[in-house]
Design a binder for this molecule. Sequence first.
Ligand SMILES: [Fe+2]
Length: 170
Amino acid sequence: MPTHSMEADFKTAKLKTPDDFSPENIKNLSSVLNALLADAFALYIKTKNFHWHMSGPHFRDYHLLLDEHATQIFDITDAIAERVRKIGGTTIRSIGHIARLQRLADNDQEFVGAKEMLLELHADNKAFVESLRAAHEVAAKANDYATTSLIEVWIDEAERRAWFLFESTR
Ligand SMILES: [Fe+2]
């Protein structure tokens, strides 16, 4: 084995956290949780983007609604990352790392109408719920009850956001 790789292994070993998850479970759980974390950051920024660029007759309502949603999404990011560390994995290190892992698309358009914003966030929150459900399955198979328990709350929160966004577009 080349020396640089041994050094890298030695350094990575310093980030190992004592726990009883198998290397395969650590790999699978870290992978689904880090993808969720990237999506949460992407959704947080998009929700803030739309909060900042909201326009039209419902400005105040929508501006405030999206700020509530952004705060709720941001609040789960630390919990997701720390969950990865607790099970013995490593997590996101940079904006570039987020961009490589995120599955929800950014929206850099110059102008997005109010209703389009709400519809897009509704679809993103629904997709986020699906990703949370998939991560729940992985965590359940690994007997990671702390993660399944957290995910159940995050699903409820995302479904609430989707509900408010849906009702606001009718
Ligand atoms: Fe604000």
